[in-house]
Write a protein that binds this ligand. Structure first.
Ligand SMILES: Nc1ncnc2c1ncn2[C@@H]1O[C@H](COP(=O)(O)OP(=O)(O)OP(=O)(O)O)[C@@H](O)[C@H]1O
Ligand SMILES: [Mg+2]
Length: 400
């Protein structure tokens, strides 16, 4: 790191906020509920709707796996859904393509009402528009890598030669060139997940949905796969909905993060907003051990320049992390770093501002107010309603 104007944030996807607008969201979700249990449809809007999970179960025998959730997934963003085991992540994401049927609410993809789709249209949605990548890969064991990737193209009606050409290209794109003829059992976990990813990409979906895709992988491979997601986001502008219960992964990948608890979204914001302005004690506890200087940006720590401060000191970009600014200031020996946005001085950071971030002694000035949502307390448990998704891995994993 040189402390010059080329200084960059290490994780731009995690710090730049939303890349699109809310005008044309890929998914638009309003007041969505999924209640499991007897007479589930009666729970939303009833006097029981706001009960904590244990009391709701006591009163109605039902579990509200998704509880009055509203959000948009913007074009080109990585929308991370995170929360502890049982908080409703898988149910929420499966509701998006009606692998699980929502109990109430509205849901649109690219402006089209998903709840009004007939079976054929839904099939089309799942095959071509919103491709899912599962934790257990869901590969066809008797098919080669190439054939697994080509599978979605077969359904699309492409000729054999076209399928092979496209699949070969995708296998190379995910770093598996040379392994086209292997079967899934001859691959490592990370390689199998790359095949799963290539297969999902083959249909060029408008959104990729990931349900804890990397949690079965060892840390190094997991990191490589995260890099792959970052690359797909940066280079191809892919829209992704990514479930994880791993905070580090959420902060690293998320353009925005929806933090779930007991079926509701407790806070929805950029990593910087979640870490810098937790909406409540639950979120604060969640992010307590995050190194703030690696997530918060210079833009939130800076102050106006005083007379003479615009002349000296290393230049940093507003989206550089505080940790990078600390490095720049300590290398240069100057008392302040100048925050430059496109050649314009927008503020300075001195040692005190930077240390305040590390110590957590100042609220970041630039972060917008958090978006609180309804918060219920208590723990959720399985209830009884059968609702088998027709997904390759079928079940949700208990991980925490
Ligand atoms: N088919 C079902 N019938 C009854 N309850 C269910 C069903 N599926 C999920 N639930 C309940 O809904 C809640 C949310 O489950 P979900 O699988 O969405 O959680 P999750 O956040 O994905 O958890 P994990 O991190 O363990 O995968 C849990 O209380 C769960 O027991
Ligand atoms: Mg799950």
């Amino acid at each position: 790191m040189t402390g010059t104007e080329t200084l960059k944030a290490t994780e731009p996807t995690g710090n730049t906020g939303a890349t699109g607008t809310d005008e044309n969201p890929v998914f638009s979700v309003r007041n969505l509920w999924k209640v499991f249990g007897p007479k589930a449809g009666r729970v939303p809007g009833s006097e029981h709707a706001s009960l904590p999970p244990a009391e709701l179960r006591e009163a109605t025998g039902c579990t509200a796996a998704v509880r009055d959730v509203s959000f948009d997934v913007r074009k080109g963003e990585v929308f991370v859904v995170m929360g502890l085991s049982g908080s409703g992540k898988s149910t929420l994401v499966r509701c998006l393509t009606r692998l699980i049927e929502p109990t109430s609410g509205t849901l649109a993809i690219d402006g089209e009402d998903v709840l009004a789709m007939d079976r054929a249209r839904l099939r089309e949605l799942r095959r071509h528009r919103a491709a899912m990548v599962f934790q257990h890969f869901g590969l066809l064991p008797h098919r080669t890598v190439l054939d697994n990737v080509a599978y979605g193209l077969e359904i699309q009606g492409l000729s054999k030669a076209e399928r092979r050409a496209k699949a070969t290209e995708l296998v190379a794109k995910v770093g598996l060139a040379g392994l086209e003829d292997r079967r899934p059992s001859q691959l490592s976990g990370g390689q199998q997940q790359r095949v799963g990813l290539a297969r999902a990409l083959a249909v060029d979906p408008s959104v990729l949905l990931f349900d804890e895709p990397f949690s079965a992988l060892d840390p190094l491979i997991r990191r490589e796969m995260q890099d792959e997601v970052v690359r797909l986001h940066r280079e191809e502008g892919r829209t992704m909905v990514f479930i994880t219960h791993d905070l580090g992964e959420a902060l690293r990948l998320g353009t925005r993060i929806a933090l779930m608890r007991d079926g509701g979204i407790v806070q929805l914001g950029t990593p910087e907003e979640i870490v810098g302005s937790p909406a409540d004690d639950y979120v604060r506890e969640f992010v307590r051990d995050v190194p703030r200087e690696q997530v918060l940006t210079v833009a939130t720590a800076m102050r106006p320049a005083l007379a003479g401060e615009s002349e000296h000191g290393p230049a940093v970009r507003p989206d550089a992390t505080v940790s990078e600014a600390i490095e720049a200031v300590s290398r240069s020996g100057d008392p302040v770093a100048r925050v430059m946005d496109g050649g314009r001085l927008v503020g300075v950071v001195d040692r005190a501002c930077l240390l305040d971030v590390v110590a957590g002694t100042s609220a970041p000035g630039g972060a917008p107010a958090p978006v609180p949502a309804d918060v219920a307390s208590g723990a959720t448990e399985a209830s009884d309603a059968p609702d088998a998704p027709d997904a390759p891995d079928g079940s949700s994993e208990v991980t925490l």
